[in-house]
Design a protein around this ligand. Structure first.
Ligand code: TYM
Length: 332
């Protein structure tokens, strides 16, 4: 029997945070064994906010090195850059005719980003979920492992797929989001009810995957908590402390409640130090490997070219089916 298909991607739009790691990339690793995996660098998505061309190029290579350093194995999946497989942009255009402006303008991320970039509410920002649907649907994906913030985008991809199938006949498999309970929403260290984000302007809010040990320890020391002094996992009541416990638990591989048990009778200072040390211990080998790989420019380019080939071979099948179903002339 054919293996089930897994698809996910990260935008090269800033320095990745431990939220991206715990909510997404880390969960991909074990899937490489049992599924047909496609892991992309979503550079076409990244240009929907203003960017520096040189920075986009550098960040794309850095993200590829990071994927590899985290344990993504190019011999067991397709690791590639989205813009190198033109089928993504093509399918996006075709799907645009079954996606409605109304539903796109109601998407949470569109509303947030429009509010944040008032002077640059471009068409790409509105179309972002359709491109993401194209990413997923091109590969006849079964599962999309993402953090909680991307659930709405996977749901719209499902709606678009079902609508297309309904109109033109069975074409796309309907994908399912795969959201792990633990680590699905790592929050900001400064405003612990908000998600930790790579685009946060406050440098103390996010722990970056490239932060050195001292920086990681300092950011956790400065994390916002509360004044009651008791280490307990209660997200609604104690968002700051609970977020620290969730991070600790995600890196230790236990539940936040178990983590809280470890700190019974201890203070917030102990918790902050322990989380900081655990996170920086886990990041150190990934950082060293990322640095090493970044110097191997030819190797990196080769891996990505091969990944794009692999992805293209799979994408081509779906794309020709879509052209055919929609009635595009192909000589017969
Ligand atoms: P992006 O680049 O914003 O985030 C990449 C992944 O990290 C997860 N994530 C988090 N998880 C837990 N806690 C957090 N604080 C946190 N912040 C981010 C995100 O949920 C995501 O899984 N649109 C996507 C990229 C994309 C994509 C796709 C994903 C493009 N095409 C197709 C899946 C399938 C995005 O912006 O992710």
């Amino acid at each position: 029997m054919d293996k089930k298909v897994v698809y996910s991607a990260v935008q090269p739009s800033g320095n990745l945070t431990i939220g991206n790691y715990v909510g997404a990339i880390r969960n991909w690793l074990s899937m490489q064994e049992d599924y047909d995996c496609f892991f992309a660098i979503a550079d076409l998505h990244a240009v929907t906010v203003r960017h520096e061309p040189a920075e986009l190029r550098r960040r794309t290579a850095e993200l590829a090195a990071l994927y590899l350093a985290c344990g993504i194995d190019p011999s067991r999946c397709a690791l590639y850059v989205q813009s190198q497989v033109s089928a993504h942009a093509e399918l996006c255009w075709l799907l645009n005719s079954v996606a409605y402006v109304g539903e796109m303008s109601r998407m949470t991320q569109f509303k947030d980003k429009s509010a944040k970039h008032e002077d640059n509410i471009n068409m790409g920002l509105l179309d972002y979920p359709v491109l993401m649907a194209a990413d997923i649907l091109l590969y006849q994906t079964d599962y999309v492992p993402v953090g909680a913030d991307q659930k709405q985008h996977v749901e719209i991809a499902r709606d678009i797929a079902a609508r297309f199938n309904n109109r033109y006949g069975e074409t796309f498999r309907i994908p399912e989001p795969l959201i792990k309970k633990e680590g699905a929403k790592i929050c900001s260290l400064q405003e612990p009810t908000k998600k930790m984000s790579k685009s946060d302007e406050n440098p103390n809010a996010s722990v970056l995957l490239t932060d050195d040990r001292d920086t990681v320890l300092r950011k956790f020391r400065r994390a916002v908590t509360d004044s009651d002094g008791e280490v307990r996992y209660a997200p609604a009541e104690k968002p700051g402390v609970s977020n620290l416990l969730a991070i600790y638990a995600a890196f230790k591989g236990c539940s936040p409640e178990e983590a809280a048990g470890e700190f019974a009778g201890k203070g917030y200072g102990d918790l902050k130090t322990a989380v900081g040390e655990t996170v920086s211990d886990a990041l150190a080998p990934v950082q060293a490997e990322r640095e090493r790989l970044l110097k191997e420019k030819t190797y990196l380019a080769g891996v990505l070219a091969e990944g794009a080939e692999k992805a293209f071979r799979a994408a081509r099948r779906t794309l020709s089916k879509v052209y055919r179903k929609m009635g595009f002339y192909r000589g017969e």
